[in-house]
Design a protein around this ligand. Structure first.
Ligand code: GUN
Length: 296
């Protein structure tokens, strides 16, 4: 049996329809949600992500500002720009696209963003609020994964979720979301990573396997329990001479083999990808609602 596909495009369309309504009511209150993105340097993948974020703002009728700074920008200059955005009433949320050039300290930069405008949910105070179950913002990619599970009718409560990878952007906040009390969570969570002993033994006990380890086709069919739901957050560019570009994107899961074992699976591309920007937009709308005093 081949697994059912869970597609981020379909799930995100549902959420965008809801966001459009919220944006329309905000406009009736005289507020246009505004999102800014700072890009330092010219990392090609970051340029694509930043452009997509701007385009989605325009599509939703939000205010969008993209601030491009050269790779030689000093940390002081970047902190100055962040201070400007912290004080800008037209901008309800903003983010600094990562990775930053090596001479800039990511932690210092993230900590300088006003938590009320931290739509990435990277600021330590927002990470802490997430952990205690009182979040103002949701971490975009993990929240996107959660929405894919919930809106595809996957039962989460009481299930064993195994998260593969322990990054601050995906693995750790994913685990924090899934272990919370309440709808879309209430699961038993195990986090495994590059230093885990007997990793495959543990992944085979997962009802839901969320993979974000950054290694192409790391999860093979023998590591997946028959009937498990497999969410692949990985995007790895690998050489492929048969492709016009000479390379293509693959996930952290060996899709062709694992789809024969799993009950549901996300492809790469077309799976989790579209959800990250969607949940970022949801955070920007939430920031604008809070600033406008619109309760939800
Ligand atoms: N780089 C890769 N993913 C992300 C993200 O979610 N937010 C930011 N700011 N940078 C990223």
């Amino acid at each position: 049996m081949t697994a059912k596909l869970i597609l981020g495009k379909e799930v995100s369309e549902e959420i965008y329809a809801e966001l459009r309504q919220r944006i329309a009511s905000l406009k009736e209150h005289g507020t246009v949600p505004g999102l800014a993105v700072i890009l330092v340097g010219d990392d090609p993948a970051s340029q694509v992500y930043v452009r997509k974020k701007g385009e989605m703002c325009e599509e939703l009728g939000m205010r969008s500002r993209i601030i491009r700074m050269p790779a030689e920008t000093t940390q002081e200059e970047l902190l100055g720009k962040i201070a400007e955005l912290n004080a800008d009433e037209d901008i309800h949320g903003f983010l600094v696209q990562l990775p930053l050039p090596p001479h800039i300290d990511e932690e210092v930069v993230i900590a300088s963003i006003s938590p009320e405008k931290d739509v990435d949910c990277f600021h330590p105070s927002n990470v802490g609020k997430l952990l205690i179950g009182d979040p103002d913002f949701m971490p975009a990619t993990p929240a996107g994964v959660q929405q894919m599970l919930v809106r595809s009718g996957v039962e989460i409560a009481g299930k064993h979720v195994v998260v593969v990878g322990r990054s601050n952007i995906v693995g750790k906040p994913m685990a924090a979301l899934m272990v919370q009390k309440g709808p879309g969570a209430d699961s038993t969570v195990t986090v495994v990573h590059s230093r885990t002993a007997n990793l495959a033994e543990i992944t085979r006990t997962a009802d839901i396997l969320v993979v974000a380890i950054g290694k192409p086709r790391f999860i093979t069919a023998d590591m997946v329990r028959p009937g498990a739901v497999v969410i692949d957050v990985g995007t790895n560019r690998v050489d492929d001479p048969t492709h016009p570009k000479g390379s293509r994107l693959v996930g952290d899961v060996d899709f062709d083999a694992v789809k024969e074992v799993a009950s549901a699976i996300t492809p790469v591309p077309g799976g989790v990808g579209p959800m990250t920007i969607c949940m970022l937009m949801a955070n920007a709308v939430r920031a604008a609602e809070k600033a406008a005093g619109v309760s939800r």
